[in-house]
Design a protein around this ligand. Sequence first.
Ligand code: ADP
Ligand code: ADP
Ligand code: MG
Length: 506
Amino acid sequence: MVSPIFSKVLVANRGEIAVRVQQTLQAMGVGTIAVYSEPDSSAPHVALADEAYPLQGFTAEETYLDIGKHIAIARRHGAEAIHPGYGFLSESPQFSRACLEAGIVFIGPSPESMAALGDKVRSKELAIQAAVPVVPSSPVCEPDGEEAASFGADLKYPLLVKAAAGGGGRGMRLVTDPKDLTLSMESAQREAAAAFGDGRVFLESYIPRPRHVEFQVLADNHGHVIHLMERECSIQRRHQKIIEETPSPVLTPELRRQMGQAAVAVTRAAGYQNAGTAEFLIDEESGQFYFLEMNTRLQVEHPITEAVLGLDLVEWQVRIAAGEPLTLEQEDQRTSGHAVECRIYAEDPYNNFAPSAGKITHWLPPSGPGLRLDSGVAQGQEISTYYDPMLAKLIAWGPDRQTSLRRMELALSHFPVLGLVTNIPFLREVIRHPHFQNGQYDTNFLENTPAITQSRGSEETRQLANALAAWASSASDDVTSPGQTAGGREPVHDSPWRAAGPRQFP
Ligand code: ADP
Ligand code: ADP
Ligand code: MG
């Protein structure tokens, strides 16, 4: 047997992405080390790993964001490399550098190229150098004084205040009236300083009805860069993606070629290595595309690219980090069929998306042709509100768009989860919506379709929930009683037992 590329890799993350990365490592014959916070001690990513070590603490700051703890565990237990997943430390140049200094391979870009591209202002400068169109914007500026006001007037209102270090839709403010500029910039600065430890903000022209279309890139350490087509991510809530699909319903072959080339050009200009994503906005009115930012990590929605291209992006991340050449050629990349992904969250779409917590008493995912579930949770697990509320991602592939959407809709209809509230019925309503079905949507879709969060699920969903509630309550003793844990805690707030009842589904 050939020896594996690394003997052991530490996965510095939790939830579905920690599970997903470990699955590839194990398939490659690489040993896996998981790390976990106290609330995660019985999470699937811990159970799956060959070895697992506690990070001791509860909050993200005490655990998954602590660079020193990860490095210490990796050293003590002989990890040759660290995979950061997405979120947490994945976009921290300090972490990438700390790995380097500890003699541990960071599975991602160098600290320098991460710092250059992870900063929205610097990455735009690189894009401009590479002759890639960017959304017009100001340099980093301070809220008070003439400077910001004059940049604002030049860019024209409405405009967006953005954090240079921003991510996950945070540190962003829409300003429609010049008199609100100072306050919006101050509040964006505060949010960015708290979230990213970097409060720098800048101003950007607001594109009224854009589509968010991004390109996956892969770059090895030997100068070979390719793109792996696009992902359409315009179904968003508060600037965070919820549903993604590929191919994009609006890309012509010519636009795809131009945008793919632009993604490769920015990647090259930054001397970037490993997997990354170039995000663009398309102004449908003018047909113009603009580079928005580069995400210097694996993206949440990477599975839809894997589905249409039949490759494993995590495997390529690992191979590239180990110094292997990227053997894929641009001209060989042809997509097959269509894929769509839904992000499943522990939140109540019919109560202002309030996060929901509790024990997952029943988790019965669908299966079938073309379906993939990337999940970080298991039945019986207690879900806390310490971290991001994403539980899992459901991916449906089909030979054509219609089939993949139909498979997704059916899968969402046959995915009972009890013990906490999820957004599954809401996702299904979006998939079924005529504008989604015909591909005519932009990033304002949800804001412009309030009815979708006011409907309380269909008759079918209600019947299913009721049937399950009845079945579960008559199930064996090892299933805890509705809304309670074995310890006899207080009933869980927002229990699905209420969701299944007449109050939530009138
Ligand atoms: P993607 O572009 O991969 O869809 P999102 O912007 O939706 O990424 O964010 C993915 C995850 O990473 C979310 O859990 C989000 O909260 C988190 N995240 C994104 N950017 C940052 C950041 N700069 N710092 C910390 N967490 C982040
Ligand atoms: P983040 O780092 O939080 O992901 P992005 O700059 O990628 O921030 O923007 C996230 C989302 O916010 C975009 O997908 C889009 O919906 C919206 N957005 C960002 N910039 C603009 C803009 N200039 N005009 C209109 N919408 C924008
Ligand atoms: Mg983004």
